[in-house]
Design a protein around this ligand. Structure first.
Ligand SMILES: *[C@@H]1O[C@H](CO)[C@@H](O)[C@H](O)[C@H]1NC(C)=O
Ligand SMILES: CC(=O)N[C@H]1CO[C@H](CO)[C@@H](O)[C@@H]1O
Length: 795
């Protein structure tokens, strides 16, 4: 159960501090109010008895009844109040008093909690005073705790208790508008429509007038108004008159004032501007910009060609323009009007024009528009809702025109007495009326055209069975230089004549050994390439002793046995010659051979085994061909065998040794180009260019004799010979082994070791030193040295 009191009455009551009696009554009432239903009754009674003061006590925010029960009459206070924004005074302002029953001269009060000893202090008598300027918007309630202590020992004399100090509101804040206010409304809106709502806020206590807002429009009041009611501080801007016209003014900027303390002259206020956009509706009709439109159109313009634009005025925004154009009815078949992207009319062609028929059109066009509401402008006196249109058709040189776009002719296949198929014709539509020349460009076309008359004729016999329809393009062009041309299609259907003989459809039948006389061994049919519906008739060209033929007159015939007793053992072959006539005109007939196999059969004449036809065996020429093939293969095989044998003999001969022209033969597997350990590859390449050929580097494995006089010539040839030998030596070492061949020569650095060249006559070493060696060598010096006398004389 709750009892509600208006807060304003609490705050406005001035005589509210330290009401001792009230406290007494109140705590008594608290005790009574604890249990259930009676509590409610008692509260009401208590309320009545305490009058205006009791509600204050009940509203006290932090005075738990439990505490009060335990410390009856110990602490006494009421809620303390202080106005915000009050400058601290000297002496400081007393806002209330703490009272405790245990208080005496040796005790003192102490404060703790929010703002204790800074904003609020208590003196030794329990007087609470405020020392600072408080701001309710920052903090509206301070919760404090009071204690009573011994002055000397500091020991608490009673349990602490809490109380609150309420900061009272003053009107120190102004309303604040949200930023960027704007609204919009359709130009066709009715009186009273809401354009937008504004919602200003005021930081002051919303339960008092300080926090309530009233709005006022500072301009635009001829068109708009704002509500005076202050429901949740929301202001609604509404339309005063339904006289908006976007085409005259599309935007309004209105100043709004918000003021607190509504209904009171003073108060804090704020102003802002809001933008009101007027939305367009289709309320203006379209009118022509001009009264007369003139266009030129070439006669060869295609349908849908856009002749020109019929511009219109429509003040509405593009999405609200909706003009409809009507052409004078007689011209509806020739012209039509569609809208372009800016909603002007586009006059277009429906059909091609022809200068030769009509070179000028004159008609009128109306424009109309259905609007959702009417702008006053629509009532102007002479609105241009009708315009005259003049169209001049311009002559152009046009290509020939065929009498038909497609011609269909037919012609019989085979022989013809007259080649004429038919004729095409074309005309020059222009005034000049040029002569037309016809031609067919395809050289393979079986049809020719007369260049002047346009007569078509076949050039050769046609065959329906080969091609039954010919499509021919005939060209007509004006017989003048740079004359225009056009084409026509000619479809030539080839008609059938009975020029093909019928053919049998199943030429092989079988007779079973078990068949008896009268058995139908098969049915034969016929077909014909010609298209005329034939009635084939079948007859036996030669009487048969064994078979009869029965014509069914439905384009089939069956063959029956005259007698049974056929055997696969017998060497007889059975053939029937059947003559088939197609019954057309002229009648075509053919003699067809039906072969009849003799077979052993399962039940139901299902073939088990058939005797082969004598004729189906291999023919003599085929046999000959097969024989020839076999002989050829044999010959080839024999040749191969012989060759193998011969080669083996040669190898055996080679292996037997005794080959004198072979200079060196090593049974060594070569290391390839990568094997640089066995020998130095560079020798081979340097031998030609490098004259400083060093013998010490020669691999001992190879016989090196003497550097050849030149790389080309003898040595070159020898190397080629040796290379060739090596390449073709089947017993030799692998091909990637390097052979180095050389022979003794005059330019070897090592010189020749042969004694053959060392003749004494060419021995001219200077042995003069022998003379200097003394008398012991005189004889030697005389033998080999230069003549002494010569030396002396020269000296
Ligand atoms: C033709 O006639 C024969 C005998 O009257 C009949 O068996 C056969 O089914 C017929 N064939 C066709 C194709 O009508
Ligand atoms: C099985 C059978 O009767 N075959 C006869 C078919 O006709 C020839 C004469 O053309 C007879 O010699 C066969 O005996």
């Amino acid at each position: 159960m709750f009892i509600r009191f208006t807060r304003s009455s609490v705050f406005t009551s001035k005589s509210k501090l330290s009401l001792y009696f009230t406290m007494m009554k109140q705590s008594a009432c608290r005790q009574l109010t604890e249990p259930g239903f009676w509590a409610g009754v008692l509260v009401v009674l208590c309320t009545l008895s305490m009058g205006a003061d009791v509600h204050k006590a009940l509203k006290k925010p932090s005075m738990p009844s439990r505490v009060l029960q335990r410390h009856k009459r110990d602490w006494k206070w009421d809620t303390l109040f202080v106005y915000e924004e009050m400058a601290p005074k000297k002496p400081s302002k007393k806002i209330g008093k703490l009272e405790n029953t245990f208080f005496n001269t040796s005790s003192k009060y102490n404060l703790s909690g929010e703002g204790a000893n800074t904003f609020f202090t208590v003196n030794e008598y329990g007087d609470i005073s405020v020392h600072a300027k408080l701001d309710r918007e920052e903090k509206s309630i301070y919760k404090l705790s009071a204690s009573l202590i011994n002055k000397e020992s500091g020991k608490p004399l009673d349990k602490d208790d809490t109380f609150v100090i309420v900061v009272l509101d003053i009107n120190d804040n102004s309303p604040v508008f949200p930023p960027d206010l704007s609204g919009s409304i359709s130009e066709s809106s009715e009186t009273g429509s809401i354009l937008m709502t504004v919602n200003a806020t005021d930081a002051d206590d919303g339960s008092t007038l300080n926090g309530k807002i009233e709005y006022k429009l500072l301009n635009g009041t001829d068109l708009f108004y704002i509500n005076k009611e202050r429901l949740h501080n929301v202001g609604e801007i509404r339309l005063l008159k339904n006289s908006l016209d976007r085409e005259k003014q599309s935007q309004y900027i209105i100043a709004i004032q918000a003021k607190d303390l509504p209904g009171i002259e003073n108060g804090n206020s704020a102003t802002t501007t809001v933008t009101i956009n007027i939305n367009d509706v289709n309320d203006n009709i379209a009118t022509f910009k001009k009264g007369k439109y003139t266009f030129n159109v070439k006669e060869d313009s295609k349908p849908e060609y856009e002749i020109g634009v019929l511009e219109v005025d429509d003040k509405d925004e593009i999405q609200n323009k909706d003009p409809t154009f009507t052409i004078q009815p007689e011209f509806n078949e020739v012209f039509h009007i569609k809208l372009n992207n800016i909603k002007d009319g586009i006059l277009s062609l429906k059909v091609p024009l022809d200068y030769e028929t009509r070179n000028m059109y004159k008609f009128h066009v109306n424009v109309d528009e259905h609007t959702v509401s009417k702008s006053p402008d629509n009532q102007a006196p002479n609105l241009q809702k009708r315009a005259e249109v003049f169209i001049n058709v311009i002559d152009v040189d046009e290509p020939p025109v065929f009498s038909k776009t497609e011609y269909n002719f037919s012609f019989y296949e085979g022989h013809f007495s007259s080649p004429i198929i038919g004729a095409v014709s074309a005309k020059d539509p222009d005034k000049t009326g040029n002569k037309i020349r016809y031609s067919i460009e395809d050289a393979n076309c079986p049809v020719a055209v007369d260049h002047v008359q346009g007569q078509l004729s076949v050039k050769r016999q046609l065959d329906r069975e080969q091609q039954s329809l010919h499509t021919i393009n005939v060209t007509a062009h004006e017989d003048v230089p740079n004359g225009l041309m056009s084409y026509a299609r000619v479809n030539l259907k080839v008609l059938d004549i009975n020029d093909n003989a019928p053919e049998i459809t199943n030429g092989t039948l079988h007779v079973c050994e078990s068949d008896t006389a009268g058995t139908t061994i098969g049915t034969v049919g016929a077909y014909d390439k010609d298209e005329s519906s034939q009635r084939f008739s079948f007859t036996l060209a030669k009487e048969s002793t064994n078979f009869t033929l029965h014509n069914h007159l439905n384009n089939t015939a069956s063959i029956k046995l005259k007698q049974g007793g056929f055997s696969t053992e017998s060497s007889m072959k059975y053939e029937l010659e059947i003559e088939i006539k197609d019954g057309g005109t002229p009648e075509q007939k053919s003699i067809n051979l039906v072969q009849i196999k003799v077979c052993t059969c399962h039940a139901g004449r299902r073939i088990e085994y058939c005797k082969a036809f004598a004729q189906t065996g291999v023919s003599a020429s085929a046999l000959l061909a097969i024989l020839l093939c076999i002989v050829t293969i044999l010959v080839i095989v024999i040749l191969i065998v012989l060759r193998r044998r011969y080669q083996k003999e040669v190898l055996v001969a080679k292996c037997s040794g005794d080959i004198h022209e072979q200079l060196v033969s090593y049974d060594e597997e070569g290391g390839g180009e990568m094997d640089t350990n066995g020998y130095d590859v560079s020798i081979l390449s340097s031998a030609c260019q490098d004259s400083s050929f060093r013998p010490g580097l020669r691999p001992s494995l190879y016989a090196v004799v003497k550097k050849p006089p030149a790389c080309k010539g003898d040595m070159g040839m020898m190397i080629e010979v040796k290379k060739d030998e090596a390449d073709h030596d089947r017993n030799g070492i692998p091909y990637d082994t390097l052979h180095i061949y050389g022979y003794e020569g005059s330019e070897s650095l090592a010189g020749s070791l042969s004694s053959l060249d060392s003749t004494s006559s060419k021995y001219n070493v200077d042995n003069d030193f022998l003379h200097e060696w003394g008398p012991r060598f005189r004889t030697l010096a005389q033998l080999y040295g230069v003549d002494d006398s010569d030396t002396d004389s020269s000296n």
